[in-house]
Design a binder for this molecule. Structure first.
Ligand SMILES: Nc1ncnc2c1ncn2[C@@H]1O[C@H](COP(=O)(O)OP(=O)(O)O)[C@@H](O)[C@H]1O
Ligand SMILES: [Mg+2]
Length: 145
């Protein structure tokens, strides 16, 4: 992952390029990584997550009791879970749906709006991906660590 971003922010010119970047990132994952995606609404977080999941070979999410808060993908090369903290009212709500269990599950965790709740839920070794609007069709993505 660090290799991809070694020259600084990556400019992404289309939705398709964002998904391709996700494929590249997926290829570097070995399991258990926590990726925190940060950026405004429309910055491309969901597209990047979609690319990462696609790159892992993950299909549709498995049904789970907390389906609206977390989507579990257990059919890819690595198991993954996709969260969107924007949908959660409080850090307690995340803890109540088993956040700690996800952290210790060995799944790749993909977290949109990971800076919500002051980032308090995110572990120290989180890989922070910062997405920015450059223009209507341009985004930049950088690894902040
Ligand atoms: N280069 C780009 N990469 C990703 N999305 C883009 C790009 N250019 C335009 N878009 C548009 O920006 C929006 C990104 O949406 P989404 O991935 O849901 O963002 P977020 O999850 O950060 O709110 C979509 O409407 C998409 O079509
Ligand atoms: Mg989103």
């Amino acid at each position: 992952m660090h290799k991809i971003f070694k020259n600084g922010p990556i400019e992404v010119s289309s939705e398709a390029e964002m998904v391709s970047l996700g494929h590249e990132i997926a290829a570097t994952l070995s399991g258990g990584e926590v990726l925190g995606l940060v950026g405004d609404l429309g910055a491309g977080k969901t597209h990047l997550v979609r690319g990462i999941l696609e790159g892992l070979g993950a299909g549709n999410p498995a049904a789970s009791p907390t389906f609206s808060l977390v989507h579990e993908h257990n059919d890819g090369r690595l198991s993954a879970a996709h969260f969107d903290f924007y949908r959660m009212k409080s850090a307690d709500e995340a803890l109540g749906m088993g956040w700690d269990e996800y952290l210790s599950s060995g799944s790749v965790l993909l977290v949109e709006w990971a800076d919500r709740f002051d980032g308090a839920l995110m572990p120290d070794d989180t890989l922070w991906l910062v997405l920015r609007h450059v223009s209507a069709t341009q985004r930049s993505v950088m690894l902040a660590q």
